[in-house]
Design a protein around this ligand. Structure first.
Ligand code: FES
Ligand code: FE2
Length: 415
């Protein structure tokens, strides 16, 4: 059993560096955050429109397959053969009638039932039957491991935990309202993928999207063009347990002002050669906000930044590395011009995005420091030490404090 983190002192407003570097704590996070009690993001229904379509992905580090069965239901199974455990599915995506493990050719239907075992009743040689499975072998007991599945608005979540609360209770009413705002009815369309490996602890990306402070300081694009900065109207919202977050804002016209004075990322004379990157069209379902960034603990960030929409799945790989997998999407109701617009604006995001490349780089540099300095702590006290249920401005790190309050509880940190 991993040692719990010794976390005394100011509480959730100061996170010890060990929380980002310890292998033992990381193993405990996998067990308690990714493999139990939580719903993890799997993908979009639009990725598997037809029966037999499948897509391989992960929950935490564990390989799983999302598929659509013959009746059209979404199924998620673990990609581990019930015989000797082989990760039998090697393709990223495809269409299949059934799954066959290459090692000894055990066969499973799309619902994970074991349907074929070679030489189950032995092999006849010289008038005798040799070997085979024991007479009490029951294929029903040797299917693939099934995860619980929840689909809502076209996005698929799953959990290894049979006792996990409902997806709706997991999000809580406040976060669910923002989730439903985005996934508001029309079928989704997949516009493309980007993926990157970031050498930092996975939590730093959750924190980055719970940290509105940096957005108007680090990102030249946000400050100059008014997409996100400290003088924009904003709200920070969380659920009752403070594990998830929503950062909500309304864009302004950009330009100079009090919040750009002495801000080095503000470039007075910066203009775009191609201003179609910012050809923003207000969509009726937005309501007032032009940006809503949702952080769902532990596995995903869901982005609406003006017309650019994406899910960003987190796939941890040890305490110091994670993969960040972006699925850019739109709606079936979009015309070609809107699809073009979403794709063009997607240039701000993803691994080499005009905005997001900054985030990947800074959290890498933060992790380097954690690994070298060892006994420090992160100082999260912008806006106070308390955790607020909501704020109506963005000059606060309350969502980060809330996340660590929850983390300490689940991880049973010693305080
Ligand atoms: Fe899959 Fe043997 S490991 S059939
Ligand atoms: Fe950022």
């Amino acid at each position: 059993m991993a040692a719990a983190l010794d976390w005394k002192g100011e509480g959730s407003s100061r996170t010890p560096f060990d929380a980002y570097t310890s292998e033992a704590l990381y193993q405990r996070e996998l067990e308690r955050l990714f493999y139990s009690r939580h719903w993890c993001y799997i993908g979009l229904e639009a990725e598997i429109p037809n029966p037999g379509d499948f897509r391989r992905t992960e929950v935490g580090e564990r390989s799983v397959i999302m598929t659509r069965d013959k009746e059209g239901k979404v199924v998620v199974v673990e990609n581990a053969c019930a015989h000797r455990g082989m990760q039998f599915c090697r393709e990223r995506a495809g269409n299949a009638q059934d799954f066959r493990c290459p090692y000894h050719q055990w066969n499973y239907d799309l619902n994970g039932n074991l349907t074929g075992v070679p030489f189950r009743r032995g092999v006849r040689q010289g008038g005798r039957i040799n070997g085979g499975m024991p007479s009490n072998f029951d294929p029903k007991e040797h299917g693939l491991r099934l995860l619980r599945v929840s689909t809502r608005g076209g996005a698929v979540f799953a959990s290894f935990d049979p006792d996990v609360e409902s997806f709706e209770d997991f999000l809580g009413p406040q976060i669910l309202a923002y989730y439903d705002r985005l996934f508001h009815g029309p079928k989704l369309t997949v516009l493309g993928y980007t993926r990157q490996r970031i050498p930092s602890n996975w939590k730093l990306m959750q924190e980055n999207i719970k940290d509105p402070y940096h957005a108007g300081l680090l990102h030249t694009w946000f400050v100059n063009f008014g997409l996100w900065r400290a003088d924009n109207p904003a709200r920070l919202v969380t659920d009752a347990r403070h594990r998830h977050g929503a950062m909500i804002s309304i864009r302004s016209g950009g330009g100079g002002g009090e919040v750009t004075r002495n801000v080095t990322s503000f470039k007075e004379r910066m203009t775009l050669h191609d201003d179609r990157f910012l050809d923003v069209v207000h969509e009726p379902w937005w309501g007032e906000p032009t940006v809503v960034m949702l952080t769902l603990m532990p596995s995903v960030i869901i982005q609406q930044q003006v017309n650019a929409l994406s899910t960003r799945r987190i796939r941890p790989s040890g305490p110091g590395v994670f993969d960040y997998v972006w699925t850019h999407f739109g709606f079936e109701t979009d015309d070609d011009t809107m699809t073009r617009r979403r794709l063009r604006q997607a240039n701000l995001f993803g691994p080499a995005g005009f905005v997001s490349a900054d985030d990947g780089e800074v959290i890498e540099c933060v992790q380097q420091s954690f690994a070298q300095v060892k006994h420090g702590h992160v100082y999260n006290e912008l806006g106070g030490q308390q955790v607020d249920d909501h704020t109506d401005h963005m000059v606060s790190e309350t969502l980060v404090r809330g996340m660590y309050q929850y983390w300490r509880e689940v991880m049973e940190a010693k305080s």
